[in-house]
Structure formats: C-alpha cells, structure tokens
Design a protein around this ligand. Structure first.
Ligand code: FES
Length: 270
C-alpha cells in the first residue's frame, strides 16, 4: 500500500500487553503491543462504533467493550458477532525507538517524509461518537447511524389467507416474528435470539393477549422503536389477537451465542 509512515508514539510508551490511543494524521488510532510487536487499528468497532481502545486484549484479539465483538489486531478482521466487517488496520514498524504507522497516501497528502509530526497521544479514550466525525479522504469505513433503520416487514404469505395458522401458541408467534428483520444484520429477530420471552394471555370475547420480552443487539441502535412497532404489527395481524405488548429488556445482554444455526449460516459464521 502506498502512503507515508508517520510517528505514532515512542515504543516505550506502549509496554507489551498494553495499548495506547493516539491521533495520527487526524485519525484516532489505537496502538497495541503484543509480545513486542506493534499493531494499529482504527479505534472503531464496526458493529456500532464502540471504542476498541477500551476493550480487553488477549493475545492478538481485542474485544469491543460494548457488545463483545472481537477483532484481530493484526489485520482488523472481525472474528465474532455482532461485528461482521473489519475495522481498518495499519502497517506498523519501529525505527529508532519510534512506532511508525503507514497512513494511506490519500489521507496524508500534507505529509512528505517519515519526519512528519509525531502522533498526539490521547490521555483518555476518545468519546464513542468521535470516530464518526473523522472523514479523512473517505478512507474510514465508519458506519453512519442512518444505516440503522429497520427495513420493512418481510411479509410471509404462509401466515395469511387460508394457510394461516389457526392455533395461537408460542411457535406460531415466533414464526410470525420472523417477518421482522434486524436492520444491521439483515437477519430476522427470532433467529438472532432477540426474543427472550413469549406470554400468551386471555382477553374477553375469546381474544388473546401476547406479551413479548425483546432485546437488541445494540442498545444504541435507533431502530429499536421501529423493531418494536414492526413486532406489534405482525402479531396484531394474527387471528383472534386482541392486544400486544412488547417490552424491551437489556438484561441479560444479547450475545452472539443466542443466534440459531440459520442465523449463523446467513451471516457466514461457522
Ligand atoms: S459496538 Fe462493538 S460490539 Fe457493539
């Protein structure tokens, strides 16, 4: 990759097993020292912008402190859900006791040599919203909140008309909820494991009441209210339903192991 090596920090500022948050060429980068080797990533979890600099480092793996997605510090690859995309990794080298990182040419036009200004060490992690403001030559793969909008309900014809289930039970309710799609992962909320509980109650005149406990993969996703509304809509269309309540619960927090095999297949996780 073409670009310019820029000093990010002195090597002795980052002891083995530690990390350091620095600003290099207007980008917030976290430096890792793993057994004397240095690695650098954008301080952005690609799931929902969590600050990787605040995560737990184990060998070559950094875990996002927000929902636990793991990334390989050597290449930025997303190793576990809920992240599915890599975060940006930078080539590193050590020269004369300095850690240099290779910044892409498009984002370093002002720099002319390795004697460029040193990266600024940040004495505390950047706020989680900060990386979304970085726009260095469009090279950052940051995700805008605008992408976190629930897609329309995926109508399932089998749940309507003559073939519609006549019996209301947990299975038919979960089947109906599969029409509601998570906007970040494009997998239905049932296979993602977002439905923690289904309670069926009786109402006057033979009607039924459905109460759902639902969680989110990310508490920050602004599509939460829309997912709740979509769930109410699909359940409200089931026969003899007189009322639907959907309660958002964040305890226990969602973890990727709640996903079904179908969701794993869809996301390419084996
Ligand atoms: S923000 Fe990193 S796992 Fe959700």
């Amino acid at each position: 990759m073409s670009g310019t090596y820029i000093k990010a920090a002195r090597a002795d500022e980052v002891p083995p097993g530690e990390r350091l948050l620095v600003e290099v060429d207007e980008q917030i980068v976290v430096l890792f020292n793993v057994g004397g080797e240095f690695f650098a990533l954008d301080d952005v979890c690609t799931h929902d912008d969590g600050p990787l600099s605040e995560g737990k480092l184990e060998d070559h793996t950094i875990a996002c402190p927000r929902h636990g997605a793991k990334f390989d510090v050597r290449n930025g690859k997303a190793l576990t859900m809920p992240a599915t995309k890599p975060t940006r990794a930078y080539e590193c080298k050590v020269e004369n006791g300095d850690v240099l990182i290779l910044v892409a040419a498009a984002s370093s036009a002002a720099e002319t040599s390795t004697a460029a200004p040193a990266g600024a060490v940040l004495d505390r992690p950047a706020p989680t919203s900060a990386p979304t403001t970085l726009q260095s030559a469009g090279s950052l793969a940051v995700k805008s909140d605008e992408t976190c909008v629930a897609p329309p309900i995926q109508e399932n014809p089998a749940l309507a008309g003559e073939g519609a289930p006549t019996e209301l039970n947990e299975d038919s309710i979960r089947e109906a909820l599969k029409q509601v799609i998570d906007p970040e992962l494009f997998v239905n909320i049932v296979d993602l494991g977002l439905i923690y509980g289904v309670t069926l109650g009786e109402l006057p005149e033979g009607k039924s009441h459905i109460a759902i406990d639902m969680t989110m993969t990310s508490p920050a996703c602004p599509a939460g209210p829309q997912l709740i509304q979509n769930s109410k809509d699909v359940l409200g269309r089931l026969p003899n339903v007189g009322g639907v309540d959907v309660k958002l619960v964040m305890v226990p927090p969602w973890t990727p192991d709640r996903m079904t095999e179908a969701a794993r297949d869809q996301l390419g996780i084996f």
